[in-house]
Design a protein around this ligand. Structure first.
Ligand SMILES: Cc1cc2nc3c(=O)[nH]c(=O)nc-3n(C[C@H](O)[C@H](O)[C@H](O)COP(=O)(O)OP(=O)(O)OC[C@H]3O[C@@H](n4cnc5c(N)ncnc54)[C@H](O)[C@@H]3O)c2cc1C
Length: 477
């Protein structure tokens, strides 16, 4: 039996039961226009979209528990959904069924200043957590660059990372406790307000990054950090990617400084974004660019740190170093990084956004492969990403003259070569965007059969009927 035919359709009887659980007002059904918004995330290619049969907007863990029990009894797939900003198709209901949209679970439940922790529901927009914390001089440091739209539940499900990962790490470093509803409808507390806890397996960390396939988060306990009061960004132009990447470890070993962020952009990314923004500084001389951020609570220390980093970059091949020490200049620098996507959207909307991670020292080898592929296949592959942690966003952009068929014909070959190289360099196919259903067929390039068997076995135990976000990360027979 194929995966799809294992599931039953959502009947009007089931709709009535869902309405009885969450209230009629919170069930979206029979309205194709409204349902369409839940058929995709931000993955650009429409082939990754699929319509849900019904969208349900629960308010409590108890309601989610009831929905999961019903879905198990009726054999209906359920896909948890946050803000839908994902880039791997994770929130797409691949086999239809129920989309569980957690937007109404949007309370900040408790700020615990004594323990430096916050308890939130999954539907809180990540940025709202930090806006709430600012007057207390605290912040949640594990957020991604989509902070203004994504929900904290989606961040935990993807174990999202961001620009600040070099110094602060990614989401999982801050998740201490979770209340979850399991695939069979049990409400379970995992972890707690504890910095240390080895009481059994670390289920909090297993669930973090599980892409909505093992449980639904209904409460999240996050560790907080003191909010840095001083911050400076440096924009460093280098002649070559190799020079830029070589400078990165030296910042830590020779200056003894862990920067907050080290963002890398190759010359294609720099040129496209700067032309798009009508930038006036002399970016054309750059073969690559680093944006380096330092932050802290002591202004003098931050100044000393950026001075040291600037000098080191000049010593190791930077052609130019610009300093941004106020909001306006900092915004000008980061705008370049943020607008690469928009710049390439003007060339062609036919794109495949990859999220490779390699050991940081292998970045130049990976960038070399992008150049080779772009010349061989005639596509654009600007490369940019988090140089401090080896996470590279390769955006494969079609030649605008190609037809859909030409693009679809060549893309698998490009991805094949790209992921073969990733594996050869000891990398993985996603550093922060997740596997979803977009990348699952490439899992075997970088992990062993034994590893895949292990994670499938966990899924089978926790979700025996395979109804929670099926078809993501891997397929089950
Ligand atoms: C412009 C842009 C910039 C981005 N920058 C970054 C970045 O810097 N770093 C990064 O890591 N990502 C980035 N992303 C990707 C995306 O924003 C993140 O993956 C984010 O964490 C997704 O959150 P969401 O609420 O939108 O989740 P969704 O897209 O709705 O869902 C993502 C996954 O989480 C699951 N899920 C959602 N809520 C729950 C829940 N309550 N319980 C269990 N599972 C749940 C879903 O089933 C799905 O598998 C970016 C995206 C865009 C569009």
């Amino acid at each position: 039996m194929s995966q799809e035919t294992r599931y039953n359709p959502v009947t009007t009887e089931i709709i009535k039961k869902l309405e009885a659980i969450v209230g009629e007002k919170y069930v979206i059904y029979g309205d194709a226009d409204k349902l369409e918004a839940f058929s995709h995330d931000e993955t650009p290619d429409p082939k990754y979209a699929h319509m849900p049969e019904v969208v349900v907007r629960p308010k409590t863990a108890e309601e989610i528990s009831e929905i999961m029990k019903l879905a198990n009894a009726e054999m209906i797939p359920v896909t948890p959904r946050g803000a839908g900003s994902g880039l791997s198709g994770g929130a797409v209901p691949l086999y239809g069924g129920i989309v569980l949209f957690v937007d109404r679970m949007n309370r900040i439940i408790e700020l615990d200043e004594d323990n430096l922790m916050i308890v939130v529901e999954p539907g809180v927009v990540a940025n709202e957590i930090n806006e709430y914390l600012e007057p207390y001089g605290l912040f949640f440091a594990g957020y991604p660059m989509s902070i203004e739209t994504c929900y904290i539940g989606g961040n935990v499900a993807e174990n999202a990372g961001g620009g600040k990962a070099v110094k602060y790490g990614v989401t999982n470093r801050y998740v201490l406790g979770l209340e979850v509803v399991t695939a069979v409808g049990k409400i379970v507390q995992l972890g707690g307000k504890l910095i240390k806890d080895v009481t059994g397996y670390n289920m909090v960390q297993l669930m973090t990054g599980s892409e909505g396939t093992l449980c639904i988060f209904t409460k999240i306990i996050l560790k907080l950090m003191p909010l840095p009061s001083a911050k400076v960004d440096l924009l460093c132009l280098f002649e070559s990617p190799q020079d830029a990447i070589n400078a990165v470890p030296k910042i830590m070993t020779q200056c003894g400084i862990i920067p907050t962020a080290v963002e890398f952009m190759d010359k294609n990314a720099v040129r496209a974004a700067c032309e798009y923004l009508n930038e006036t500084f002399d970016y054309k001389q750059a073969g690559a660019m680093l944006i380096i951020t330092v932050d802290g609570t002591n202004k003098q220390q931050v100044e000393n740190e950026y001075d040291a980093i600037g000098e080191l970059c000049l010593k190791f091949g930077a052609i130019e170093v610009y300093v941004a020490d106020n909001v306006t200049t900092s915004e000008r620098i980061w705008k370049i990084r943020r607008n690469i996507g928009e710049a390439y959207n003007l060339i062609s909307k036919r794109q495949s956004n990859e999220d490779i991670v390699v050991p940081p020292a292998a970045i130049p080898a990976m960038v070399g492969k992008f150049t080779e592929l772009s010349e061989k296949y005639g596509v654009h592959i600007p490369c940019y990403g988090h140089a401090g942690d080896g996470n590279l966003h390769a955006r494969i952009v079609s030649d605008p003259a190609w037809s859909d068929d030409e693009w679809e014909g060549l893309l698998p070959d490009i991805l094949n070569e790209l992921y073969e190289k990733t594996a050869e360099l000891g990398g993985r196919i996603s550093g922060e965007h997740g596997i979803g259903h977009k990348r699952k067929k490439y899992m075997s390039y970088v992990v062993s059969e034994d590893y895949l068997d292990m994670i499938k076995a966990i899924k089978k135990v926790l979700d025996p009927k395979n109804i929670l976000n099926p078809g993501k990360i891997f397929d089950l027979n």
